[in-house]
Write a protein that binds this ligand. Structure first.
Ligand code: AMP
Length: 278
Protein backbone atom coordinates (compact mmCIF):
# COMPACT_ATOMS: atom_id res chain seq x y z
CA UNK A 1 0.00 0.00 0.00
CA UNK A 2 1.36 3.39 -1.00
CA UNK A 3 0.58 6.55 0.94
CA UNK A 4 0.61 9.63 -1.26
CA UNK A 5 0.38 13.27 -0.22
CA UNK A 6 0.99 15.27 -3.41
CA UNK A 7 -1.12 15.74 -6.53
CA UNK A 8 1.98 15.15 -8.71
CA UNK A 9 2.67 11.76 -7.12
CA UNK A 10 -1.00 10.76 -7.22
CA UNK A 11 -1.19 11.69 -10.91
CA UNK A 12 1.86 9.54 -11.65
CA UNK A 13 0.52 6.62 -9.59
CA UNK A 14 -2.77 6.81 -11.50
CA UNK A 15 -0.95 6.81 -14.83
CA UNK A 16 0.95 3.68 -13.74
CA UNK A 17 -2.11 1.84 -12.34
CA UNK A 18 -3.11 -1.30 -14.19
CA UNK A 19 -6.74 -2.04 -15.11
CA UNK A 20 -9.78 -0.41 -13.56
CA UNK A 21 -9.40 2.06 -10.70
CA UNK A 22 -11.91 2.39 -7.86
CA UNK A 23 -11.92 5.41 -5.55
CA UNK A 24 -13.43 5.65 -2.07
CA UNK A 25 -13.43 9.30 -0.93
CA UNK A 26 -13.45 9.73 2.88
CA UNK A 27 -12.64 12.23 5.60
CA UNK A 28 -10.89 9.52 7.65
CA UNK A 29 -11.50 8.27 11.21
CA UNK A 30 -12.65 5.15 9.44
CA UNK A 31 -15.38 2.77 10.55
CA UNK A 32 -17.22 -0.24 9.10
CA UNK A 33 -19.33 2.05 6.89
CA UNK A 34 -16.20 3.25 5.10
CA UNK A 35 -14.74 -0.25 5.04
CA UNK A 36 -17.87 -1.66 3.37
CA UNK A 37 -17.21 0.76 0.50
CA UNK A 38 -13.54 -0.26 0.38
CA UNK A 39 -14.50 -3.95 0.21
CA UNK A 40 -16.88 -3.26 -2.63
CA UNK A 41 -14.15 -1.39 -4.50
CA UNK A 42 -11.69 -4.22 -3.81
CA UNK A 43 -14.14 -6.77 -5.22
CA UNK A 44 -14.95 -4.69 -8.31
CA UNK A 45 -11.72 -2.95 -9.36
CA UNK A 46 -8.11 -3.87 -10.17
CA UNK A 47 -6.65 -0.92 -8.27
CA UNK A 48 -8.24 0.54 -5.13
CA UNK A 49 -7.55 4.11 -4.06
CA UNK A 50 -8.89 5.65 -0.85
CA UNK A 51 -8.68 9.36 -0.20
CA UNK A 52 -8.55 10.74 3.33
CA UNK A 53 -9.15 14.46 3.24
CA UNK A 54 -11.02 16.56 5.79
CA UNK A 55 -12.28 19.03 3.21
CA UNK A 56 -12.32 22.54 4.72
CA UNK A 57 -14.56 23.79 1.89
CA UNK A 58 -17.55 21.71 2.99
CA UNK A 59 -17.57 22.98 6.59
CA UNK A 60 -19.44 26.17 7.45
CA UNK A 61 -18.37 28.79 9.99
CA UNK A 62 -18.89 27.45 13.52
CA UNK A 63 -18.99 23.82 12.34
CA UNK A 64 -16.60 21.11 13.58
CA UNK A 65 -13.68 21.44 11.11
CA UNK A 66 -11.17 22.19 13.90
CA UNK A 67 -12.20 19.26 16.07
CA UNK A 68 -13.10 16.71 13.39
CA UNK A 69 -11.72 13.38 14.73
CA UNK A 70 -8.52 12.07 13.16
CA UNK A 71 -6.44 8.91 13.61
CA UNK A 72 -4.12 8.55 10.66
CA UNK A 73 -2.20 5.53 11.94
CA UNK A 74 -5.29 3.51 12.72
CA UNK A 75 -6.87 4.44 9.35
CA UNK A 76 -3.77 3.29 7.46
CA UNK A 77 -3.66 -0.02 9.38
CA UNK A 78 -7.33 -0.69 8.56
CA UNK A 79 -6.82 0.11 4.87
CA UNK A 80 -3.72 -2.08 4.70
CA UNK A 81 -5.78 -4.98 6.09
CA UNK A 82 -8.36 -4.44 3.31
CA UNK A 83 -5.70 -4.72 0.59
CA UNK A 84 -5.94 -1.09 -0.54
CA UNK A 85 -3.32 -0.07 -3.13
CA UNK A 86 -3.18 3.71 -2.88
CA UNK A 87 -4.06 6.09 -0.04
CA UNK A 88 -4.24 9.74 -1.08
CA UNK A 89 -4.03 12.03 1.95
CA UNK A 90 -3.12 15.49 0.67
CA UNK A 91 -2.72 18.60 2.81
CA UNK A 92 -5.35 21.28 2.01
CA UNK A 93 -2.92 23.37 -0.09
CA UNK A 94 -2.44 20.47 -2.53
CA UNK A 95 -6.17 20.32 -3.22
CA UNK A 96 -6.68 24.10 -3.04
CA UNK A 97 -3.42 25.72 -4.19
CA UNK A 98 -2.88 29.41 -3.45
CA UNK A 99 -5.14 31.45 -5.72
CA UNK A 100 -7.65 28.60 -6.15
CA UNK A 101 -10.87 30.27 -7.28
CA UNK A 102 -13.04 27.89 -9.26
CA UNK A 103 -16.01 26.31 -7.57
CA UNK A 104 -18.51 23.72 -8.68
CA UNK A 105 -22.06 24.47 -7.63
CA UNK A 106 -24.99 22.10 -8.09
CA UNK A 107 -28.34 23.90 -7.88
CA UNK A 108 -31.99 22.87 -7.88
CA UNK A 109 -34.11 20.96 -5.35
CA UNK A 110 -31.53 18.18 -5.20
CA UNK A 111 -28.96 20.51 -3.61
CA UNK A 112 -30.85 23.55 -2.29
CA UNK A 113 -33.07 21.84 0.31
CA UNK A 114 -32.30 19.81 3.45
CA UNK A 115 -28.51 19.77 3.99
CA UNK A 116 -28.16 22.53 1.38
CA UNK A 117 -30.54 24.76 3.32
CA UNK A 118 -29.14 23.99 6.78
CA UNK A 119 -25.48 24.03 5.74
CA UNK A 120 -25.12 26.87 3.20
CA UNK A 121 -22.11 26.25 0.93
CA UNK A 122 -21.79 22.60 2.03
CA UNK A 123 -22.58 21.03 -1.34
CA UNK A 124 -20.47 23.60 -3.16
CA UNK A 125 -17.57 22.31 -1.05
CA UNK A 126 -18.51 18.68 -1.65
CA UNK A 127 -19.01 19.09 -5.42
CA UNK A 128 -15.75 21.02 -5.78
CA UNK A 129 -13.64 18.50 -3.87
CA UNK A 130 -15.23 15.55 -5.69
CA UNK A 131 -14.52 17.21 -9.05
CA UNK A 132 -10.90 17.85 -7.94
CA UNK A 133 -10.43 14.28 -6.65
CA UNK A 134 -11.99 12.77 -9.78
CA UNK A 135 -9.70 14.89 -11.96
CA UNK A 136 -6.61 13.86 -9.98
CA UNK A 137 -7.39 10.16 -9.43
CA UNK A 138 -9.43 9.63 -12.63
CA UNK A 139 -11.31 6.63 -11.20
CA UNK A 140 -13.46 4.34 -13.34
CA UNK A 141 -15.77 3.86 -10.36
CA UNK A 142 -16.30 5.80 -7.13
CA UNK A 143 -18.07 4.48 -4.04
CA UNK A 144 -20.35 6.51 -1.76
CA UNK A 145 -22.65 5.64 1.15
CA UNK A 146 -26.45 6.05 1.23
CA UNK A 147 -25.77 7.44 4.72
CA UNK A 148 -25.27 10.75 2.91
CA UNK A 149 -28.21 10.17 0.58
CA UNK A 150 -28.48 13.76 -0.63
CA UNK A 151 -24.72 13.97 -1.23
CA UNK A 152 -24.89 10.82 -3.36
CA UNK A 153 -27.65 12.35 -5.50
CA UNK A 154 -25.80 15.65 -5.83
CA UNK A 155 -22.72 13.77 -7.05
CA UNK A 156 -24.75 11.73 -9.55
CA UNK A 157 -26.22 14.98 -10.91
CA UNK A 158 -22.73 16.46 -11.14
CA UNK A 159 -21.52 13.46 -13.19
CA UNK A 160 -24.46 13.82 -15.53
CA UNK A 161 -24.29 17.60 -15.92
CA UNK A 162 -20.54 17.70 -16.52
CA UNK A 163 -20.46 14.43 -18.45
CA UNK A 164 -17.73 13.01 -16.22
CA UNK A 165 -17.02 9.37 -17.08
CA UNK A 166 -17.14 7.99 -13.53
CA UNK A 167 -19.52 5.22 -12.51
CA UNK A 168 -20.90 6.35 -9.13
CA UNK A 169 -21.80 3.39 -6.91
CA UNK A 170 -24.07 3.86 -3.87
CA UNK A 171 -23.89 1.43 -0.93
CA UNK A 172 -26.29 0.76 1.99
CA UNK A 173 -25.96 2.33 5.43
CA UNK A 174 -23.91 0.30 7.92
CA UNK A 175 -25.31 0.47 11.48
CA UNK A 176 -24.17 -0.38 14.99
CA UNK A 177 -25.93 -3.45 16.47
CA UNK A 178 -28.41 -1.14 18.26
CA UNK A 179 -29.32 0.68 15.03
CA UNK A 180 -27.22 3.85 15.24
CA UNK A 181 -25.84 4.65 11.78
CA UNK A 182 -22.05 4.54 11.89
CA UNK A 183 -20.43 7.96 11.63
CA UNK A 184 -17.06 9.43 12.49
CA UNK A 185 -19.03 12.06 14.43
CA UNK A 186 -20.44 9.40 16.80
CA UNK A 187 -17.11 9.77 18.61
CA UNK A 188 -18.41 13.11 19.94
CA UNK A 189 -21.41 11.53 21.71
CA UNK A 190 -21.52 11.18 25.51
CA UNK A 191 -23.31 8.02 26.76
CA UNK A 192 -26.42 10.15 27.35
CA UNK A 193 -26.21 11.72 23.85
CA UNK A 194 -25.73 8.30 22.33
CA UNK A 195 -28.92 7.01 23.96
CA UNK A 196 -30.83 10.02 22.59
CA UNK A 197 -29.28 9.48 19.15
CA UNK A 198 -31.03 6.10 18.91
CA UNK A 199 -34.25 8.07 18.31
CA UNK A 200 -33.10 8.55 14.68
CA UNK A 201 -33.02 4.86 13.74
CA UNK A 202 -36.09 4.28 15.93
CA UNK A 203 -38.11 6.89 13.95
CA UNK A 204 -36.98 5.31 10.70
CA UNK A 205 -38.02 1.83 11.83
CA UNK A 206 -41.42 3.13 12.99
CA UNK A 207 -41.97 4.78 9.60
CA UNK A 208 -41.01 1.61 7.73
CA UNK A 209 -43.51 -0.29 9.86
CA UNK A 210 -46.28 2.27 9.19
CA UNK A 211 -45.69 2.08 5.43
CA UNK A 212 -45.70 -1.73 5.59
CA UNK A 213 -49.08 -1.47 7.30
CA UNK A 214 -50.40 0.68 4.46
CA UNK A 215 -49.83 4.28 5.59
CA UNK A 216 -49.31 6.54 2.54
CA UNK A 217 -49.79 10.01 4.06
CA UNK A 218 -46.37 11.68 4.11
CA UNK A 219 -47.49 14.27 6.70
CA UNK A 220 -48.46 11.49 9.08
CA UNK A 221 -44.99 9.91 8.67
CA UNK A 222 -43.25 13.26 9.17
CA UNK A 223 -45.29 14.11 12.28
CA UNK A 224 -44.77 10.67 13.84
CA UNK A 225 -41.00 10.87 13.30
CA UNK A 226 -40.90 14.38 14.75
CA UNK A 227 -42.79 13.18 17.86
CA UNK A 228 -40.28 10.37 18.44
CA UNK A 229 -37.33 12.77 18.00
CA UNK A 230 -38.91 15.46 20.21
CA UNK A 231 -39.61 12.89 22.94
CA UNK A 232 -35.92 11.92 22.96
CA UNK A 233 -34.96 15.57 23.48
CA UNK A 234 -32.93 16.01 20.29
CA UNK A 235 -33.12 19.25 18.28
CA UNK A 236 -34.69 18.65 14.88
CA UNK A 237 -33.17 20.39 11.83
CA UNK A 238 -35.53 18.66 9.41
CA UNK A 239 -37.76 15.65 8.85
CA UNK A 240 -38.45 15.10 5.16
CA UNK A 241 -40.32 12.56 3.07
CA UNK A 242 -39.02 13.12 -0.45
CA UNK A 243 -39.01 11.56 -3.88
CA UNK A 244 -36.08 9.14 -3.92
CA UNK A 245 -34.59 10.60 -7.09
CA UNK A 246 -35.45 14.30 -7.19
CA UNK A 247 -35.66 14.85 -3.39
CA UNK A 248 -38.83 16.89 -3.88
CA UNK A 249 -41.10 16.81 -0.83
CA UNK A 250 -44.03 14.38 -1.13
CA UNK A 251 -47.57 14.60 0.20
CA UNK A 252 -48.37 10.98 -0.68
CA UNK A 253 -46.01 8.03 -0.62
CA UNK A 254 -47.04 6.79 -4.06
CA UNK A 255 -43.47 5.88 -5.11
CA UNK A 256 -40.21 4.98 -3.35
CA UNK A 257 -39.52 7.83 -0.92
CA UNK A 258 -36.63 8.74 1.33
CA UNK A 259 -37.35 9.63 4.93
CA UNK A 260 -34.46 11.97 5.74
CA UNK A 261 -33.62 13.19 9.25
CA UNK A 262 -31.13 15.71 10.59
CA UNK A 263 -30.88 16.44 14.32
CA UNK A 264 -28.63 18.03 16.88
CA UNK A 265 -27.77 15.93 19.91
CA UNK A 266 -25.97 18.27 22.27
CA UNK A 267 -23.29 19.87 20.09
CA UNK A 268 -23.27 17.01 17.58
CA UNK A 269 -25.19 17.10 14.32
CA UNK A 270 -26.35 13.70 13.02
CA UNK A 271 -28.17 12.62 9.85
CA UNK A 272 -29.87 9.36 8.93
CA UNK A 273 -32.37 8.12 6.35
CA UNK A 274 -34.25 5.14 5.03
CA UNK A 275 -36.09 4.23 1.84
CA UNK A 276 -39.86 3.85 2.23
CA UNK A 277 -41.26 1.61 -0.49
CA UNK A 278 -45.08 1.62 -0.85
P1 AMP B 1 -17.14 10.65 5.44
O1 AMP B 1 -15.79 10.18 5.87
O2 AMP B 1 -18.10 10.82 6.57
O3 AMP B 1 -17.09 11.83 4.50
O4 AMP B 1 -17.77 9.46 4.59
C1 AMP B 1 -17.09 8.94 3.48
C2 AMP B 1 -18.02 8.01 2.73
O5 AMP B 1 -18.44 6.96 3.59
C3 AMP B 1 -19.29 8.72 2.25
O6 AMP B 1 -19.62 8.23 0.95
C4 AMP B 1 -20.30 8.29 3.26
O7 AMP B 1 -21.64 8.28 2.77
C5 AMP B 1 -19.85 6.88 3.58
N1 AMP B 1 -20.36 6.47 4.88
C6 AMP B 1 -20.24 7.14 6.06
N2 AMP B 1 -20.89 6.49 7.05
C7 AMP B 1 -21.45 5.39 6.48
C8 AMP B 1 -22.26 4.32 6.97
N3 AMP B 1 -22.63 4.23 8.23
N4 AMP B 1 -22.65 3.36 6.08
C9 AMP B 1 -22.28 3.43 4.78
N5 AMP B 1 -21.52 4.41 4.26
C10 AMP B 1 -21.10 5.38 5.10
Amino acid sequence: MRTITTVAEMTAARDAAAGSVGLVPTMGFLHEGHLSLVRDARAGCDTVAVSIFVNPAQFGPGEDLDRYPRDEERDLALLRDEGVDLVFMPPPEEVYPPGFGDWVEVRGPIADRLEGEHRPGHFRGVATVVARLFRIVRPDRAYFGEKDAQQLRVIRRLMRDLGLPVDVVGRPIVREPDGLAMSSRNAYLSPDDRARALSLSRSLAEAEQSVREGERDASYIREAARRTLDAAGVGVDYVSVADENTLEELETIDRPALLLLAVRVGATRLIDNTLLVP
